[in-house]
Write a protein that binds this ligand. Structure first.
Ligand code: GLC
Length: 426
């Protein structure tokens, strides 16, 4: 009987904590709030997420401590082993650039509480354990050197903190106070010691109590220290952008979908369920065509090396972006759609057809309210012969088979601005 009760309590505790973390995903930024300039971010559309920490050594994902219920005394050994000789943030940044990504967000501290930076308020840091290095500093230097926009992911919750696990939530008042003080102090450190920080990416608001976390004060401090920093929506109060996770859900305010390449954020050598490149490109276009950003995750191993599959995927995405990136950067919804063939984006006055189902040498378009002046297939640079009758358009003399194996893009230039027909397609 007692055992049953205990199991129920443990189960409920787990369910509540997973739920509170999941809840944070649902908070979205408020309308009409004074956002710092988001121009560069809206232009970027594509960024790299990096999940990396001591959990990358065993390689069973970043939730390992919780999921395997590892006591801190045992988990702490990982920090002593953590001495990644191949850590080279310049290579990560170069890889992001190669893929066409315009910003990189690193987990400076995940839910396990291990800091990749020097902190006066914690001993569980990479500067005070095995490596004796400030990885955030090295990462920040690499980003600044390369002119890469830089983001810090920071988990508010900290499982290693005395009193947080294994008792779980709700936390005692005194534990909560110490935990919150620590988070405020560390956010201050992160925003004071590493030059310009472009993005602050909160996570892990557990318990889900923005008042208890003093989130208003936290954001005010962040904006004071880094006036141009963009802050996400996971501190329990509205931020500058929303963060749907592993799904694309367009919002009316700025948003960014973050995705795993496989199914695990942190390094997991057994997880080889990689999404194919054409699927990742579909997700990227799906975000860009709805005015959203796509933050694609990589998971370096305990030595700091990117799994070969991930490096290859980034390389292939990069090749595609080099030729077709103009359909993505600064993109938003197009007034002209091509539902029979795939997706469309609009960048300034150009419309891009991102054709997933290549119809052959003649591409039929419809519901077009403006005259099409020219149509260029980006993969080969060739121009189509245009035939237009009212709102119907045919692009002739194109290749019978799609030249790009992933996704083919045709750039349309109009006389005047691109307009849908009247009435428009619904
Ligand atoms: C969740 C998970 C976490 C991951 C994050 C990425 O909150 O707890 O492991 O870092 O989402 O969005």
């Amino acid at each position: 009987m007692k055992m049953k009760k205990l199991r129920l309590i443990v189960f409920l505790g787990l369910a509540i904590s997973i739920n509170v973390i999941a809840q944070t995903v649902k908070t979205s930024p408020s309308q009409g709030q004074n956002h710092p300039d988001m121009g560069w971010w809206q232009e970027a559309r594509f960024g790299m997420f990096i999940h990396w920490g001591v959990y990358s050594i065993p390689g069973r994902g970043e939730w390992l401590m919780y999921q395997e219920h590892v006591p801190f005394t045992e988990y702490a050994n990982l920090a002593d082993q953590f001495n990644p000789r191949d850590f080279n943030p310049r290579q990560w940044v170069a890889k992001a650039k190669e893929a066409g990504m315009k910003y990189v967000v690193l987990t400076t501290r995940h839910h396990d509480g291990f800091c990749l930076f020097d902190s006066k308020v914690s001993d569980f840091t990479s500067t005070k354990t095995g490596a004796k290095r400030d990885f955030v500093k090295e990462f920040a230097d690499a980003c600044h050197e390369a002119g890469m926009r830089m983001g810090f992911y920071y988990s508010l919750t900290d499982w290693h903190f005395p009193g947080v696990l294994p008792q779980g939530y709700p936390l005692s008042k005194s534990t909560m106070k110490l935990l919150v003080d620590q988070a405020h102090a560390q956010v201050r450190e992160l925003l004071s010691n590493y030059g310009v920080v472009d993005i602050l990416w909160f996570d892990g608001l557990a318990p889900n109590d923005p008042v208890g976390w003093r989130s208003e004060e936290l954001l005010a401090m962040a904006r004071k220290l880094q006036p141009s920093v963009l802050i996400n929506d996971r501190s329990g109060i509205p931020g500058d952008f929303a963060t749907p996770e592993n799904h694309v859900t367009a919002q009316t305010t700025p948003w960014e979908s973050c995705f795993c390449m496989n199914r695990t954020w942190g390094y997991a050598k057994y997880d080889r369920n990689y999404k194919p490149v054409h699927e990742l490109l579909r997700l990227l276009v799906s975000c860009a065509s709805q005015k959203g950003n796509f933050l694609l995750n990589v998971s370096p191993d305990g030595d700091g090396i990117l799994p070969i599959e991930q490096a290859e995927i980034l390389g292939n995405i990069g090749k595609w972006m080099k030729v077709n990136g103009m359909a993505i950067y600064g993109a938003g919804p197009s007034p002209i759609i091509a539902a029979n063939m795939g997706m469309t984006t609009r960048v300034k006055d150009k419309v891009y057809l991102l054709i997933q189902r290549w119809p052959g040498s003649s591409v039929p378009l419809a519901w077009c309210g403006s005259k099409v002046k020219s149509a260029r297939l980006l993969a080969t640079g060739e121009y189509a012969r245009i035939e237009q009758k009212g709102d119907r358009v045919w692009l002739h003399d194109l290749p019978e088979l799609p030249p790009d194996t992933y996704l083919n893009v045709i750039e349309l230039t109009f006389e005047g601005v691109p307009k849908p027909s009247e009435p428009a397609y619904r």
